[in-house]
Design a binder for this molecule. Structure first.
Ligand code: HPA
Length: 273
């Protein structure tokens, strides 16, 4: 795996010599953030050795290198999901690659369904913790001790300092923001109403099909991780609705001003810690 990562990193350095500080993974419908990046170098996933192509509509599949508020960033637009049938090792390959490129902090973003009854579509939620309901883990198998420990600590999987910066930035911008627990499920079906009830009882505030494997792999590598969920719909059974991927992408657009400003200003501050 290290060899493949090295080759992928070598290819990227051959396109542009880069040492990004902050990595960002953009979730469904959150690609508008790309407009904020200056000095862009865009590399299609297809061109990166050993990189798997995403099969999901609305997930673009490009790595964007550039700067946000003067801070060097590497942005993954479009992610890989376990429900696409990929082994977890492939799902987290892009995040590991960012770490090899030099990223020390990672911002994971996603579209999620609201479980907490105080949430509304268009709300942003800082991920304070997650529950892995995927029944899988990217660290299963022999441990690569060079990457990280066999049994990584997950007490502060989502970095408290980064979280308080995001909260402060959001307040300064005049937007309220929630903090919640992300329940990561495998998908690709959306949940049943009973599953949403179960997830609420077990402590989930929002639900989605990504982020958890990436957070685990990043934490294993010693990165500082934070996450933002954009609530695009209420979980099944909470209100009378049917869930469509198209609608979910559309709802994500409504939060774009808050999302973009939050990311911009947080990146500036993350560049200093
Ligand atoms: N469930 C799972 N994943 C999701 C949802 C949902 O309701 N909305 C956006 N991603």
């Amino acid at each position: 795996m290290y060899e493949k990562l090295g080759k992928a990193a070598q290819y990227i350095q051959s396109v542009k010599i880069t040492k990004p500080k902050i990595g960002i993974v953009l979730g469904s419908g959150l690609g508008v953030f790309i407009e904020q990046i200056e000095d862009k170098t865009i590399i299609a996933y297809n061109d990166i050795p050993f990189f798997k192509k995403t099969t999901v509509e609305g997930h673009e599949g490009r790595l964007i290198l550039g700067k946000v508020k003067g801070v060097e960033v590497a942005v993954l637009q479009g992610r890989l999901h376990a429900y696409e049938g990929l082994p977890m090792e492939e799902v987290v390959f892009p995040v590991r690659l960012l770490a090899i490129l030099g990223v020390s902090k990672l911002i994971l973003t996603n579209a999620a369904g609201g479980i907490n009854l105080n949430y509304r579509p268009g709300n942003l939620v800082i991920i304070k913790d997650h529950i892995n309901f995927m029944g899988k883990n990217p660290l299963i198998g022999p441990n690569n001790n060079e990457m990280g420990p066999r049994f990584p600590d997950m007490t502060h999987a989502y970095n408290p300092e980064m979280n308080s910066i995001m909260k402060e930035v959001s307040n300064e911008l005049g937007y309220s923001i929630h903090e919640g627990v992300y329940a990561g499920v495998l998908g690709p079906t959306y949940e049943t109403p009973s599953e949403i009830k179960m997830l609420r009882i077990l402590g989930g505030d929002m639900v989605g099909m990504s982020t958890v494997p990436e957070a685990i792999a990043a934490k294993h590598l010693g990165l500082k991780v934070c996450g933002i969920s954009c609530i695009t719909n209420m979980g099944a059974g909470i209100i009378d609705q049917t869930l469509k991927h198209e609608d979910i992408k559309h709802e994500a657009m409504k939060a774009m001003n808050h999302f973009t400003a939050l990311l911009n200003n947080s990146i500036e501050k993350f560049g200093k810690i």
